[in-house]
Design a protein around this ligand. Structure first.
Ligand code: ADP
Ligand code: MG
Length: 484
């Protein structure tokens, strides 16, 4: 599998660009008042406009525009003060108008970038544009023998199509981009991100070339609706293209589908050119005019963005850029960290524990942090007891396990009932140290003779004698003092 940014596959560079359809979370459709709710009986949520009955006219949904503006602001794009709706003409049974209303020459969102970490390397993918368009209906093949059903409930659902430059260089980077984009749209709340229901669908354009050569011919893998399939599909497609080229064939531009059952991509149709769609401005819709004041109002009402929050975490809590980015993977994660950091006054410990022990337990149980059995405040209690020396790191893990399993008692009660309190009493410690020193004259000799390792052996003895409860730092100090 190819990971890092510039990893070559059999001497070829992989080039990937994404087109993502994010369904906007409006209650009604983009140009009609019909509901967008998922899962209704077929054709119960398609009104006269969605059915393209003669004489009906589209009316722009303000909420959809507002969500497009929010997205543009989140990724640093230019919001076009005046953009144009266009008709994309094609015939398909699930498209009763015979055209899809989209944006072509002048989209509402222009430029911008999506930034993320790949492993721990910072990556940035440039966006070309994001434009508003309506979704088509659905053809139903199951339940029909020798026939196809048409469900127009989805017709007219608002979509934002987000298009990147061909900036990605591996399947791993493509998946990392898609995850970051998913995080952004769900974070700002413009899309519910439900991939199974088709609210977030990615088309991956994939080509390969020898390093330094011009871009190769791409094939477009349509409708990837899981991150796992995305990676599999791209990896298969890359291998397929390289084999074709190595066998002396040229790649032909095509649209392909991924079959999760076989793990293969297969050509669906040869690719249409923009000219085939005969785009022209839709005479039924006036230009979309967005005044600066509107953009400003949207900006003022927006929630703190992940990358802004990550910067604040660095400045306010002294976190590294990497830690701050991981802790802003979701709003729930960020809220959990901030609550634990504030309540404990120990942001560094909070970040280490959340990214380490807590994350590990969440992953193992496939639990979202919002459903964590240990609350941020409980974690803060635990961290306080580590910070004030009451318990060691290892003991803290045992307390965390107990909390995780919802054992009775709060942090302090669990420390007591499990006898995990660290021995900080210097008199008691001194006694143990003396006993161990008296019982191990050989180690003492060696240490005095300059063998540093002998100290470790003594510390080990003392930890054992104290049943692991001695404060290791104090033990070290005592030992050095006593042995001069
Ligand atoms: P179209 O108009 O046919 O959809 P675009 O030029 O808009 O084509 O590109 C669609 C997507 O394909 C974009 O995300 C772009 O980055 C990507 N892309 C373009 N050329 C290549 C290429 N040679 N290899 C991989 N991706 C590409
Ligand atoms: Mg396109």
């Amino acid at each position: 599998m190819n990971t890092g940014k510039s990893a070559l596959v059999h001497g070829y560079e992989v080039v990937i660009g994404f087109e993502t359809h994010a369904q906007l979370s409006t209650r009604s459709k983009i140009f009609s008042r019909a509901s967008t709710a998922f899962g209704a009986e077929p054709n119960t949520q398609a009104c006269a406009v969605d059915l393209a009955l003669p004489g009906t006219l589209p009316v722009m949904n303000r909420g959809a525009v507002e969500r497009a503006i929010e997205f543009g602001l989140a990724v640093g794009s230019h919001i076009a003060p005046r953009s144009i709706f266009a008709r994309k003409n094609y015939f398909y049974p699930d498209l009763p108008k015979g055209y899809q209303i989209s944006q072509f020459e002048i989209p509402v969102v222009q430029g911008g970038r999506v930034e993320f970490f790949l492993e721990d390397e910072k990556r940035s993918v440039r966006l070309v544009r994001a434009h508003l368009e309506e979704d088509a209906g659905k053809s139903l093949h199951e339940d029909f023998v020798g026939q196809t059903g048409i469900d127009l409930n989805r017709a007219g659902t608002p979509l934002l199509e987000i298009v990147t430059e061909p900036d990605m260089r591996s399947s791993a980077e493509a998946v990392a981009y898609a995850k970051e984009l998913h995080k952004i749209v769900t974070w700002i709340g413009i899309c519910d991100g439900n991939m199974q229901e088709g609210s977030f669908r990615c088309d991956a354009n994939v080509s390969v070339r020898k390093p330094g050569a011009p871009l190769g011919t791409r094939r477009e893998i349509k409708n990837l609706n899981s991150f796992k399939f995305m990676q599999q599909a791209i990896d298969f497609e890359v291998r397929w293209q390289i084999e074709r080229i190595e066998d002396g064939h040229a790649i032909k531009q095509a649209t392909v589908l991924f079959n999760p059952d076989t793990g293969e991509t297969r050509a669906m149709r040869s690719k249409e050119d923009a000219a085939d769609y005969r785009y022209f401005p839709d005479p039924d819709l006036p230009p979309l005019v967005i005044a600066d004041e509107w953009v400003q109002r949207v900006r003022d009402a927006m929630t703190e963005l992940p990358r802004v929050m990550a910067q604040r975490f660095q400045a306010e809590y002294g976190l590294s850029e990497y830690d701050a980015t991981v802790l802003t993977q979701s709003r729930a994660m960020a809220a959990y960290f901030e609550a634990a950091a504030k309540a404990s006054g120990q942001p560094k410990l909070a970040s280490n524990w959340i990214m380490g022990e807590v994350a590990r337990r969440l992953n193992a149980g496939e639990i979202d942090i919002a459903e964590s059995p240990v609350s941020a405040l409980q974690l803060a209690q635990l961290i306080l007891r580590i910070a004030d020396g009451t318990i060691s790191n290892n003991a803290a893990k045992q307390v965390l396990d107990a909390l995780w399993n919802r054992e009775d008692g709060d942090v302090d009660q669990l420390i007591l009932s499990k006898g995990l309190k660290q021995l900080n009493d210097s008199d008691a410690l001194a006694k143990i140290v003396d006993t161990v020193l008296a019982g191990n004259p050989k180690n003492v000799e060696e240490y005095k003779g300059g063998n540093g390792k002998a100290l470790n052996a003594l510390v080990g003895q003392i930890m054992k004698a104290s049943q692991g409860k001695a404060n290791p730092q104090q033990v070290n100090e005592l030992l050095r003092k006593k042995m001069g």
